[in-house]
Design a protein around this ligand. Structure first.
Ligand code: FEO
Length: 578
């Protein structure tokens, strides 16, 4: 029987940042950073009740911290930590997730404890290497990995990719039966109450948080819940809000119910690969980003971590499959059996894409491709063969391939919804007309272009315009704040060739400008020589608007080629497509 100490609270008014510490299990202390007044998370996440950033200290023969906190808590956090333990004796920092609200103090911690070993997923360690710009000792973990701290504290790790970043793991202390989950099962709710005694107070914030962060990855939630099944959990120690003890089963059941409902209603792509092989994790993430742009869900499936029953279910129910060629299967009977399973259940209603990253050690790609084609699957993009370390251009190529596949999935889905939609409204909306334009952009060695018609002047002072860009467009990644582009205005009677060219379906990574006369704008983007006019533009801001980004842009320079020319106009029949 563990006697738990009452929480102690350190206050630093008037900033309304406070710290609460409490023993939550034998040798396990919560360090909760209470941010009472935070009213926004990211751009779109409005907070009504502030938030907390929860860090945990576990003391066995060796000492581990689980996650840190937001940088704004630096002084309070280290003052509190020093009251609990000599920080130089901390052996490990377990990083469940690397977003700065949990990793903001790692740099300072490493200054105090340079010999610290950081424990995390492969992706988390890669993210930290970019974030911290300094060497550090690390230990990679995934599902099934263990770290024994002694005195009963044996940490086991559970992979939970996509919840809500690809880096996420859970940490389970089998000695105390506490599961540390960082963002997952959390809520933005700031209160002195350490636990979830009164669920009625929390339910609204718990669901809002799920909808914003976890709902978009409902299938990944179900996968993580499945991997948690074998654990006996008496306390879920989350990274935000109260710890889940009194009503733990209810909170987990909410996640299961909402995720099952969500995943049944939406199509998805199964991205099947072998992590830790070649550059497959980089390529898989780039393809997944491209798919996400179209609003399509992705389930990442690491063949080494997924049993055959789950492989069968995923490969059967997915709307499309992407398969990264594993190392030659003679080395790994599980992977070989998994490939056979996928081939046994793949069906003609699915699309397929394949990639290879390990050169001559991969399973041969073309025989497998031919078998999928013989089964009737539609090839969403040509096989991607990566022989060298991926560059920005490679990443762009993979994103565009993912976007092609995502478009195939979302167009199928949209078609079903369109059939059930209000056709009168659709036709009325289609009576809105607009001009015809080509947006062109260059960033580093990547160029892109798209036909645009949803463009309008938005302000006079400063001279500004608004452009709607579908989230699935490849060019979208070149149009963030302070990026430059050119808006080429097409001319009535002289636009068909350009429109036809830029409406073409380009293979992923293809040069959009072959056969098109261009010259460079001062901002570096291509100007189309045949355009009636051009505007050199700079993105000031972009707003998330359903399936499009709305870019508000400053017009910096412009020129008209033919003063008497008239802008080409686009008339449509329906509002549900261009
Ligand atoms: Fe609480 Fe994703 O950070």
């Amino acid at each position: 029987m563990v006697t738990l100490a009452a929480p102690s609270i350190t206050t630093a008014s008037p900033n309304r940042l406070t710290i609460q510490t409490a023993e939550i299990a034998l040798g396990s202390t919560a360090i909760r950073c209470l941010d009472w007044d935070r009213d926004r998370f990211d751009i779109e996440f409005e907070l009504k009740n502030g938030t907390t950033y929860n860090s945990f200290l576990i003391r066995g023969d060796q000492t581990a911290l689980v996650d840190t906190s937001h940088q704004k808590f630096e002084a309070l956090y280290f003052e509190t930590l020093e009251g609990l333990v000599d920080p130089t004796t901390i052996d490990y920092l377990v990083v469940n997730h690397t977003e700065p609200d949990h990793s903001g103090l790692i740099g300072r911690l490493l200054e105090i404890v340079p010999q610290l070993t950081i424990v995390g997923s492969k992706v988390a360690i890669q993210f930290l290497q970019h974030q911290l710009h300094r060497p550090f000792a690390f230990q990679l973990v995934k599902s099934g990995s263990q770290l024994n701290l002694g005195q009963g504290h044996c940490l086991e790790f559970v992979s939970a990719p996509n919840l809500h970043w690809p880096d996420t793991i859970f940490t389970y202390d089998s000695g105390t039966q506490v599961l540390y989950t960082c963002d997952v099962f959390g809520m933005h709710y700031c209160d002195d109450a350490l636990y979830d005694e009164i669920p009625e107070l929390l339910e609204q914030d718990f669901q809002y948080y799920y909808d914003c962060l976890m709902g978009p990855n409902a299938r990944s939630v179900l996968g993580a819940l499945k991997r948690m099944n074998k654990l006996t959990v008496t306390l879920v120690a989350t990274g935000h809000g109260p710890l889940l003890q009194h009503h733990q089963q209810q909170w987990l059941e909410y996640y299961r119910t909402w995720s099952e409902a969500q995943s049944k209603a939406t199509p998805y792509v199964a991205l099947i690969y072998t992590d830790e092989y070649g550059h497959s994790d980089h390529i898989a993430r780039a393809i997944a980003q491209g798919i996400h742009k179209t609003g399509t869900d992705v389930e990442l499936v690491d063949l080494n971590e997924t049993d055959l029953h789950d492989v069968r279910e995923i490969a059967t129910t997915a709307t499309a499959l992407v398969v990264g060629m594993p190392p030659q299967a003679t080395n790994n009977s599980h992977v070989s059996a998994a490939l056979s399973t996928i081939l046994a259940v793949a069906h003609p209603k699915q699309a397929i894409g394949l990639f290879e990253t390990g050169g001559g050690h991969d399973e041969p790609i073309y025989p497998l491709r031919n078998r999928f084609i013989e089964l009737g699957l539609i090839e969403a993009f040509p096989p991607i063969l990566i022989k060298a370390t991926p560059s920005d251009a490679t990443k762009q190529h993979c994103q565009e391939a993912g976007t092609d596949l995502g478009q195939w999935v979302s167009q199928n889905h949209r078609q079903h919804r369109r059939e059930a939609s209000d056709s009168s409204l659709d036709q009325a909306l289609g009576r809105l007309s607009s001009g015809l334009y080509i947006v062109t952009a260059r960033k580093g060695d990547v160029t892109s272009a798209m036909l645009a018609s949803w463009v309008m002047q938005a302000t006079v002072e400063p001279l500004g315009l608004a452009v709607a860009v579908a989230k699935e467009r490849a060019i979208e990644s070149l149009l963030h704040g302070e990026d430059y582009f050119v808006l080429n205005v097409l001319e009535e009677g002289n636009y068909q060739r350009l429109m036809k060219h830029f409406l073409k379906r380009f293979p992923p990574g293809a040069d959009r400008f072959i056969g098109i006369a261009t010259y460079d704008a001062e901002n570096g983007s291509p100007i189309l020589a045949e355009a009636l006019a051009y505007l050199e533009c700079r993105v000031i801001s972009r707003t998330d608007a359903g399936d499009h980004w709305i870019m508000y842009c400053a017009a910096d320079r412009g020129r008209v080629a033919h003063p008497d020319g008239i802008t080409a106009v686009h008339h449509r029949k329906a509002g549900s497509h261009y």
